[in-house]
Design a protein around this ligand. Structure first.
Ligand SMILES: [Zn+2]
Length: 566
């Protein structure tokens, strides 16, 4: 059944998901998302641009696509005939539409692929146009947004198509070097050479609901492996679960989401420019603050630190911070639930927050692996730290873990090296880092998030090289010595302040943090602001020098320096 308007446009179309017959104009108003089943239909590039950018703000790239038939390819038709047909079918010169625009008021460069044009394939002209868009972004210091829809590299241009993966990647690398944000929006379908280059090498990878992305297509994988594929294979939700994308965003929310992310990058860049300019201020003397509160027994503090009623990282993100956008995944195959992170604001300032996530109930704790990060969790944290540094955003970490995940899987996936890489990266990260130990600071798993310029600790938190139980089991006869071990380890906040491991104790309300989470959140927010603000104007080089000195002075270094001074 087809009903046709006088203009020749069909009035009705049938949903590819639920087969409902839909009035075309209504569907268009709903951004081509079926109002019955929510299926996201494919969108042509010009329509996509209209959906994403501020009205009237799009300026196409002045460059025109050049006619390319580098290898004189002929199948049943000569390649130029196919190009001509694609042009007349789509009204586009090539499979990508490029330009600049504003999204939520922030200017960006934009390249939007169109699957209707030879399957959105990446040929020489497409690669060239996206590269020029990236170069335009670099020249004008703009973030770059790529909306992908592609079956892969264009066969009809042979190995020269394959080379476009490298050409565009190189242009993306130049943006990475100067800290300009790149965002890709995966739409259905994104496969092959596009998936294996700029679609996934962007700083942030968003998947539109319903999008599928992969290197090899499902048909090929079935043929090669002879196996049927799992339900939902390569869908946006599958990708999120397997750490491949930061966010899954329904089409209706895409413009607002992009606007938020672009604004963060803009703010970070301006802040970084500011910090680069002035001469280094003198290093502030931070007196070790002694807590005036009555001294509790160390073992009692351990129990308070582990109390399930204590606020978690997600609680603090809700209460101490504003506008949290969670970013997911390590891009390597996992999204560890024991580590959460993303962009947030503290008193209007944009920053990256990363923390261990426990839970309040047994079910929540189990779902979060009791706050014990896997290698995927450490690599997610690493990815977000590096991204923050590139974008000129300060990093706040919240530490609350019994320790890194001690499982077989974790060992197989390189737990030790994952922790090591975080410690090393943090020690030279060119942006301010402030840590708050909010509950348990368990060993290497804690330090993987805590090599910071300022290390704060809640009054009843603990921070230790090993759990008291673990220590007791190794060094004491019998299993009942954990309380003695807790006292011997000097793991409370006042002890650690005296040792210089911690700079400041954040007071907890009467009882403990669990008794008044709101008051605790306010105290954390206040302490963070007081410690972070003085760091914001310090040039990155100075910050890193001081951080290295901070971690150089402990233990034997400290006593030998003292001996030398005498
Ligand atoms: Zn439908």
């Amino acid at each position: 059944m087809t009903a046709t308007a006088p203009s020749g446009e069909t009035l009705w179309s049938r949903c590819g998901g639920c087969a409902a017959l839909l009035y075309r104009k209504r569907l268009r108003r709903n951004l081509d998302v079926c109002p019955e089943c929510g299926r996201h239909a494919r969108v042509a590039a010009p329509e996509r641009v209209r959906q994403l950018v501020d009205p009237g703000s799009f300026r196409p790239l002045p460059d025109r696509a050049v006619e390319v038939d580098p290898i004189g390819f002929v199948d049943v038709l000569p390649y130029p005939h196919r190009l001509t047909a694609a042009r007349s079918d789509t009204g586009l010169p090539e499979a990508v539409l490029c330009g600049t625009a504003t999204v939520g008021g922030t200017r960006c460069a934009l390249a939007v692929m169109d699957f209707r044009f030879l399957g959105g394939s990446l040929g020489c002209a497409v690669g060239e146009l996206i590269t020029r868009t990236a170069e335009q972004a670099l020249e004008a210091r703009l973030p770059l947004v790529l909306v992908t829809a592609s079956g892969g590299a264009r066969m009809q241009e042979g190995a020269l198509s394959l080379m476009q993966m490298a050409t565009v990647s190189q242009a993306m690398a130049a943006l990475r070097e100067v800290g300009l944000l790149t965002v890709s929006v995966l739409t259905d379908p994104t496969y092959g050479g596009v998936a294996a280059s700029f679609a996934t090498s962007a700083d942030l990878v968003l998947a539109e609901s319903g999008a599928r992305m992969g290197f090899a297509g499902p048909r090929v994988i079935r043929q090669v492996t002879g196996r049927s594929l799992p339900e939902g294979f390569q869908t946006a939700e599958f990708l999120l679960r397997h750490g491949q994308v930061d966010l899954v965003v329904p089409r209706h929310a895409l413009r607002a989401r992009l606007a938020t992310l672009l604004a963060v990058a803009d703010a970070g860049r301006r802040a970084a420019n500011r910090a680069g300019a002035p001469a280094p201020p003198p290093e502030a003397a931070h007196p070790v603050e002694e807590s005036g509160a009555p001294v509790r027994d160390a073992w009692e503090t351990v129990r308070l630190a582990r109390h399930p009623g204590r606020p978690t990282t997600l609680d603090y993100l809700e209460t101490s911070f504003d506008g949290f956008t969670e970013l997911h995944g390590d891009r390597l195959g996992g999204d560890c639930p024991a580590v959460v992170g993303g962009l947030a604001r503290l008193d209007g300032r944009h920053l990256m927050v990363i923390g261990h996530q426990k839970g309040h109930t047994t079910a929540e704790l189990a779902a979060r692996n009791f706050g014990m990060a896997t290698p995927a969790g450490h690599r997610k944290a690493l990815r977000l730290m590096r991204l923050a540094a590139r974008l000129g955003l300060p990093v706040v970490t919240l530490v609350d873990t019994p320790g890194a995940d001690p499982g077989v899987d974790a060992e197989e996936h390189g737990q030790a090296a994952a922790i090591a890489e975080n410690i090393l990266t943090l020690s030279v990260l060119p942006t301010p880092v402030v840590t708050v130990v909010t509950g348990e600071g368990g060993s290497g798993g804690a330090l993987a998030l805590a090599v910071a310029d300022r290390v704060l600790m809640l009054q009843h938190a603990v921070y230790s090289v090993i759990s008291p139980e673990g220590c007791a089991a190794i060094l004491w006869p019998g299993r009942t010595a954990a309380p003695q071990a807790a006292r011997a380890l000097r793991l409370t906040a006042p002890d650690l302040c005296r040792l210089g491991v911690v700079d400041e104790v954040v007071p907890e309300p009467d009882g403990s943090a669990a008794d008044d989470p709101e008051a605790t959140a306010r105290a954390v927010r206040q302490a963070l602001l007081a410690n972070l603000l003085p760091l914001l104007d310090v040039p990155a080089v100075t910050l890193v020098q001081r951080r290295r000195r901070r971690f150089r002075r402990f233990g034997a270094a400290r006593s030998s320096a003292r001996a030398g001074a005498r």
